[in-house]
Write a protein that binds this ligand. Structure first.
Ligand code: BGC
Length: 249
């Protein structure tokens, strides 16, 4: 089945048509910068532009960078506060002349792609797919089933500041630290989550995962750490798989 997958991120909104049978992109990825401020109105306009770019009339799967319950935004995250309680699926449907949208958390959907066709294929234990970008996303799978909206990035770090403000790729850039220094920070987090959850595997995605070979040696955690096979496309692919499945129900 062919489905349009859209990944709404803190810096870019990306889309491609995906073959949901094998997770392969059938088109080039098309990217538009995330509007600033990223209000519901501004983001919906970009989504419409993407749908028009692909001349798409079928169902759309969409990754959203915050907590989503039944298509509704439950936390504004790194976007505008105006998102709180917005029914994201309904908003996009209205903006795009009634085509159907299936919206879920971005890390959860990146995880769906990795578990089905990527680094988590066949892994049956407890797996965390962690996306590292503007924020920290975390998709939890147990016996291959998604447990949605687990927010590891919101664990407190110090003085009420959440850990993602310290270990996301945006923090590495803000603090101008080396990959090694960043990896050491991240390793503390991986060790802490190990105590909390005893995962069988970590899969790391997001832009920085492209540099995995340059920083993996700095990890001390004794849980296998793999790199996301879909790299930065995991969200698009997972969103399309999700919509393909939901659309059949
Ligand atoms: C949000 C998560 C999201 C992650 C990556 C975090 O700030 O709380 O829901 O998955 O960013 O976009």
């Amino acid at each position: 089945m062919k489905v349009l997958g859209i990944d709404i991120g803190g810096t870019g909104i990306k889309a491609a048509i995906v073959n949901t049978k094998n997770g392969k992109l059938l088109t080039e990825r098309y990217r538009i910068a995330t509007p600033k401020p990223a209000t519901p109105k501004a983001v919906a306009k970009v989504v419409k532009e993407l749908v028009h770019h692909f001349d798409w009339k079928g169902p759309v799967g969409c990754c959203f960078p915050t907590i989503i319950v039944d298509g509704q935004c439950k936390h504004h995250g790194n976007l505008s506060e105006e998102w709180l309680n917005v029914k994201v699926d309904k908003l996009f449907k209205k903006e795009c002349d009634g085509i159907k949208f299936y919206v879920s958390n971005d890390a959860d959907l990146a995880g769906v792609a990795e578990m089905k066709f990527g680094a988590g294929k066949g892994v049956k234990g407890k797996v965390f797919v962690i996306t590292i970008g503007t924020g920290i996303g975390s998709g939890l799978f147990y016996k291959r089933k998604l447990i949605p909206n687990v927010e590891l990035g919101h664990i407190y770090h110090t003085n009420g500041i959440i850990i993602e403000k310290f270990i996301a790729d945006s923090a590495r850039k803000r603090d101008q630290i080396s990959l090694k220094e960043w990896a050491k920070r991240f390793d503390v987090f991986l060790n802490h989550v190990k105590i909390l959850h005893t995962p069988s595997m970590y899969i790391l995605g997001g832009g920085i995962s492209k540099k995995f070979d340059q920083f993996k040696e700095h990890f001390t955690v004794d849980v296998p750490v793999e790199v996301a096979q879909f790299k930065n496309n995991a969200g698009i692919v997972g969103a399309a798989i999700y919509a393909g499945k939901k659309g059949k129900k």
